[in-house]
Design a binder for this molecule. Structure first.
Ligand SMILES: CC(C)(COP(=O)(O)OP(=O)(O)OC[C@H]1O[C@@H](n2cnc3c(N)ncnc32)[C@H](O)[C@@H]1OP(=O)(O)O)[C@@H](O)C(=O)NCCC(=O)NCCS
Length: 105
């Protein structure tokens, strides 16, 4: 029997058009490890990598409005809820490079 010990998975992909220097973050964690702050800590490091190494201008995330733990996670990362795109049921969150810098001074 194979035992999977993965704590979680983070998705981070540049969106098109590439000239906008925007990346999207997403995550799925193993329920066994929920409630410890691991997803927040890992996502924060990915944002840091995006802004400091990849020189991202903007990082976004989509979140189902019913997914309260995911919305709380994005708000802990100090991402702004920008609104709800009309074509599907999701909130869009975002953070800009200068906001990241101000939050981490
Ligand atoms: C979204 C998801 C990653 C959130 O998981 P999570 O366990 O709430 O997130 P974290 O690992 O960051 O843990 C944060 C929680 O641990 C608590 N916590 C406990 N100890 C902590 C510590 N030392 N540091 C930080 N937080 C801690 C926090 O208070 C928070 O709980 P709260 O939201 O009830 O206040 C998880 O629900 C998931 O994988 N869901 C399925 C996939 C999914 O929905 N992805 C999003 C698609 S948009």
């Amino acid at each position: 029997m194979i035992t999977y010990k993965m704590i979680g998975h983070i998705y981070f992909n540049q969106t098109v058009p590439f000239e906008f220097l925007t990346w999207e973050i997403g995550y799925i964690f193993n329920p066994r490890y929920y409630g410890n702050g691991y997803a927040t800590e890992a996502s924060r490091r990915v944002l840091q990598y995006g802004f400091e190494e990849l020189k991202a201008h903007r990082i976004i995330a989509m979140c189902n409005p019913e997914n309260a733990s995911s919305c709380r996670l994005l708000e802990r990362l100090l991402m702004r809820k920008e609104g709800q795109p009309i074509w599907h049921n999701a909130y869009q969150y975002a953070i800009l490079a200068d906001e990241w810098q101000r939050n981490n001074e």
